[in-house]
Write a protein that binds this ligand. Structure first.
Ligand SMILES: O=P(O)(O)O[C@H]1O[C@H](CO)[C@@H](O)[C@H]1O
Ligand SMILES: O=c1cc[nH]c(=O)[nH]1
Length: 325
């Protein structure tokens, strides 16, 4: 199934001495250029494009990259996935992917892939499902029919590296009409513990729907617009699942699990309990119902590259409603 081709010896040797590591390649490039069935049936296909682009008029929505340098590259190495355009037949391996589900933990994403294997009634019990990225211990990836399940680690830098390589992978594999959903954990604000929040708007720590990416020494602000239709589709599906309270709300994405989310139990804490409560109450009033650490960059990157995108998280509880009123 993996259609893996042997890595050329030159590349293997180069990696062994470290000269093909991402930093080296990036620096070189910069200097050189000098310039700047089950799941399928519950989610109705949509041709609606979230952002106008050259692909909008096409019937199929392809996954695209926005990097003029990629086309001229002889080989694209997806370093942290242990995949590449010369070493793997990406269209054969991934061309049929329609859904990508991502989440922080490798074990969760393996369990999800095994669950999907059963849901899709694929051959075998799925217990021996293979990690496509086993050659690296950065991320893991499992494929069950048209569903890809990928781990992303914790926080914006980690998911961002994975998304760069995943989006390029989907592009090289000529995938189209791809839906991507983050299935994560989060801290709830004013909602019942265990409930699931389907994000309608991903906001930053200032409750603004934006992602600020530092590019060289500039701050570039990107939109965190999400696919509202997909959020509603998922919410409608949730009505069929008993005992899992589900709601649509804003998700706040922070750069830190402790002070950034108003926790009093980190190694550092520079604010009072009152300040924490005041902040979380203001977040609630701004429409925030949960806090996690990836949704803004997830929304920004996937939205810019033609994927239908929604983050969705199950909650522990950070603040109960009674404390908010
Ligand atoms: O459960 P996952 O998907 O890892 O997501 C949440 O959990 C981590 C923090 O414990 C952060 O990555 C946060 O976004
Ligand atoms: O970021 C996170 C993830 C889970 N729970 C939280 O409180 N915050």
């Amino acid at each position: 199934m993996l259609a893996r081709r042997p890595r050329p010896p030159t590349l293997r040797a180069a990696r062994a001495v470290g000269c093909c590591e991402p930093g080296w390649r990036d620096a070189g490039e910069a200097r050189g250029t000098g310039s700047g069935q089950s799941m399928a049936s519950i989610l109705p296909a949509s041709n609606r494009s979230m952002r106008p682009d050259k692909n909008t008029y096409e019937r199929k929505r392809s996954v695209y990259v926005k990097n003029p340098y990629l086309e001229g590259m002889d080989e694209d190495i997806l370093y942290h996935l242990d995949l590449g355009t010369k070493t793997h037949n990406l269209p054969a391996m991934f061309g049929d992917v329609k859904f990508v589900c991502v989440g922080g933990s490798p074990n969760r994403m393996k369990a999800f892939a095994q669950f999907m294997h059963k849901e899709l009634r694929l051959e075998g019990d799925g217990e021996d499902i293979e990690d496509i990225c086993a050659g690296t211990d950065r991320y893991c990836m499992f494929k069950t029919g048209p569903v890809l399940s990928v781990s992303h680690g914790m926080g914006i830098p980690s998911i961002s590296i994975m998304l760069h390589e995943l989006i390029k992978l989907l592009h090289h594999a000529h995938c189209c009409d791809v839906t991507i959903i983050r299935i994560g954990t989060s801290g709830g604000i004013g909602i019942a513990p265990g409930s699931v929040v389907i994000t309608d708007t991903a906001v930053d720590s200032f409750f603004k729907p934006r992602f600020e990416q530092v590019i060289l020494d500039n701050v570039v602000t990107r939109s965190t617009e999400l696919d509202k239709e997909l959020a509603n589709d998922l919410f409608n599906c949730s009505r069929e699942i008993p005992n899992v309270p589900t709601l649509i709300g804003h998700t706040m994405c922070t750069y830190d699990f402790y002070e950034g989310q108003g926790r009093l139990d980190g190694a550092l804490c520079s604010f009072s309990r009152e300040k924490k409560l005041d902040y979380l109450k203001r977040a609630y009033r701004a429409g925030v119902r949960n806090i996690e650490m990836e949704s803004t960059v997830f929304a920004a990157m996937c939205g810019l590259c033609g994927l239908r995108v929604v983050p969705m998280s199950a909650n522990s509880v950070r603040l109960k409603t009674c404390k908010l009123l």
